[in-house]
Design a binder for this molecule. Sequence first.
Ligand code: HEC
Length: 120
Amino acid sequence: MTRLFKEPTMRLLLLAAVAFSAAAQTAVAPAGNAQNGKRIFESYGCYQCHGHDAHGGAGARLAPNPIPFERFSRYVRRPTGEMPPYTSKVVSNQELADIYAFLVTVPAPPPVKSIPILNR
Ligand code: HEC
């Protein structure tokens, strides 16, 4: 360690930086490619239970407004209900991030006012 790091203010700054990056890692989803995520969502069969738009079906509704990434990835790896587990051998961490990036882009369903038969 250099002298610089022994200085109390410097040590505080370092601690703050470490704490900040740890917090950022848990709160922010890793960067993902939404287009690839949409492709995987189809080809790995997520859509079969969750629907093409992830709005839900036999499986839970995943979008719009997906749950935080940490909970998302934990569930896919170790589901507690009827969903089959997807290990990292089947879906890599990067692919999970891609799927999540896709879920974030799924728009909300159209407003009821835009459906003519419901507005007569
Ligand atoms: C065979 C059907 C099936 C497939 C395939 C499937 N799921 Fe699921 N999933 C479910 C069901 C059913 C639930 C509701 C909880 C349960 O019973 O496990 C669920 C729940 C989830 C949840 C938790 C939602 C929440 O709000 O807690 C996530 C996240 C999820 N699925 C993601 C995925 C992803 C990503 C894939 C593809 C890699 C996938 N699922 C494939 C059936 C499926």
